[in-house]
Ligand binder design. Structure first.
Ligand SMILES: Nc1ncnc2c1ncn2[C@@H]1O[C@H](COP(=O)(O)OP(=O)(O)OP(=O)(O)O)[C@@H](O)[C@H]1O
Ligand SMILES: [Mg+2]
Length: 468
């Protein structure tokens, strides 16, 4: 019924409440006891003083008897002595503890107002007071009053009993209240636990208290957002898987179909060669596709990081240009490069080479013979701009951002013929973002496309993670 947290919380609350109650009770008990003992000794002294006053008025046999007779009916004992402490009268049995107290009392210094001579009710049998009798300046004797401490103990026993019953009652009340208290605190947590379990099973979170204005409300809202993100990711993943399956199926169908055709008996050598060429081309496309999918999967991993180091951009561009130049020459497209000689940018050289290769490949594919493709870099205030501009047909205005989506191709049939997978720009974008940069496509007014990359000038710690 209770989660572990609520048990722990309950025990903690119980311990705290019990501790507080115990402290309060002990404090109350001690002060009550002191008060009661003071009260008894005060009473004792007042009675002793009254007897003494009576005796000072008339000190004779009948008054002495009168005092002892009066006290014999009470719980107290009165003992009257002469100035030397010899007992003259007593109202009850005199035992050794009582005589010892009288013997040890300092008779000479006793004040006329009387005083408590024994108050240690815990160790002694009696508490006692002394009221000296003085008549016309002469020290006549003493009125000693004794209260057996058993009276106090009895009274305290009664008090203790009451405390015990109140203690038990408050223990029961505490036990009764704690489950409510812990439930009050842990219920929203338990509800969120249930909701996240629903989420984990693929359901939708229901019953989250997102309206609360406290930390639990924050938590509930985070869970709600998490659930939406999870949904979006699930949908994206499904769409991506569907596209992957679709993209794989097309070349597979071609390969299968042409292989069947090539194996038909009586087919001409020329036709067989043509079919084999198609099969090879499709197999090549397939392996490119699989390779790029792997690449994307790697870029998607959370721990993917680009290793930034200072790179001379013109040298990097030279090595890329030497790779693509033969293809440009073959098609008859002019390739121009304009990069400041000494420009050094912090980037991952291998990854950035891959970016330039992709962009130049696209530019070449979409630029007709006789036109130009231009690679250039410009230094801005705190960034570096790298551009690949072509004079091709350009990208339609409303597709300028979607060309970076996975598998997106403006003209499906033409791209297929040119062997495009539609993953090139998606990979480029991931790499640039891993560098902490941005990429965007623009149409040139004169016709053609410009791909613009903005990179931080540097001052970074060297690595950039793509995840998060
Ligand atoms: N310079 C460009 N001019 C015109 N259209 C472009 C240009 N670059 C990209 N595109 C359009 O964007 C689409 C996506 O490009 P992307 O590089 O992602 O895929 P691809 O070139 O078709 O395939 P791959 O890069 O795998 O060979 C292309 O199919 C094309 O339609
Ligand atoms: Mg491409």
């Amino acid at each position: 019924m209770f989660s572990k947290l609520s048990i722990r919380l309950g025990l903690l609350l119980f311990a705290i409440l019990m501790m507080m109650e115990l402290l309060l009770y002990v404090g109350l008990y001690v002060s009550l006891v002191d008060e009661r003992v003071d009260e008894v000794s005060g009473q004792l002294l007042a009675r002793g003083n009254t007897h003494r006053d009576v005796l000072e008025d008339t000190y004779d046999e009948s008054t002495l008897s009168h005092v002892t007779v009066m006290e014999s009916a009470s719980d107290f004992i009165v003992v009257i002595t002469d100035a030397e402490g010899e007992i003259i009268r007593q109202s009850g049995p005199v035992d050794s503890a009582l005589t010892a107290t009288i013997r040890e009392a300092d008779r000479e210094s006793a004040p006329h107002a009387g005083r408590v001579i024994e108050s240690g009710w815990r160790k002694n049998k009696y508490i006692a007071t002394d009221s000296p009798i003085t008549i016309e300046g002469r020290h006549y004797g003493h009125v000693y009053m004794f209260a057996p401490t058993s009276i106090i103990r009895e009274m305290l026993g009664e008090l203790g009993g009451r405390f015990l019953s109140v203690g038990i009652l408050s223990l029961l009340l505490t036990l009764l209240v704690i489950p409510f208290l812990t439930r009050f605190i842990t219920r929203p947590l338990l509800r969120m636990k249930r909701v996240t379990e629903q989420l984990a099973r693929g359901g939708h979170p229901a019953g989250l208290d997102t309206g609360r204005q406290d930390e639990l409300g924050d938590l509930a809202r985070s869970i709600g957002k998490l659930s939406k993100d999870l949904d979006r990711m699930k949908n994206e993943r499904n769409a991506f898987l569907a596209s992957v399956a679709h993209e794989l199926r097309t070349p597979m169908t071609y390969i299968q179909g042409y292989a069947d055709l090539a194996m038909k008996p009586g087919i001409s050598g020329e036709a067989r060669e043509k079919y084999s060429a198609i099969i090879r081309e499709e197999a090549h496309h397939l392996s490119k596709l699989v390779g790029q999918l792997f690449e994307l999967a790697r870029l998607d991993q959370n721990d993917f990081a680009v290793r930034l180091s200072p790179v001379k951009l013109s040298a990097l561009a030279d090595s890329v240009l030497s790779l693509v130049r033969p293809a440009f020459e073959e098609k008859g497209v002019q390739l121009l490069c304009n990069i400041p000689e000494r420009l050094v940018v912090r980037l991952d050289a291998t990854r950035f080479q891959q970016v330039l290769l992709n962009l130049l490949d696209n530019a070449l594919k979409h630029t007709p013979a006789g036109k130009q493709v231009h690679l250039q870099a410009t230094v801005l205030k705190d960034s570096v701009k790298v551009e690949v501009a072509d004079e091709g047909e350009g990208i339609p205005e409303d597709e300028l951002s979607t060309v970076f989506d996975r598998f997106y191709r403006v003209d499906k049939s033409r791209s297929r013929k040119s062997g495009g997978t539609g993953l090139g720009l998606a990979i480029v974008k991931e790499i640039i973002e891993a560098h902490g940069g941005q990429i965007e496509a623009r149409r040139r007014p004169a016709g053609g496309t410009v791909m613009t990359i903005l990179l931080d000038k540097g001052g970074d710690d060297g690595t950039h993670s793509s995840g998060g």
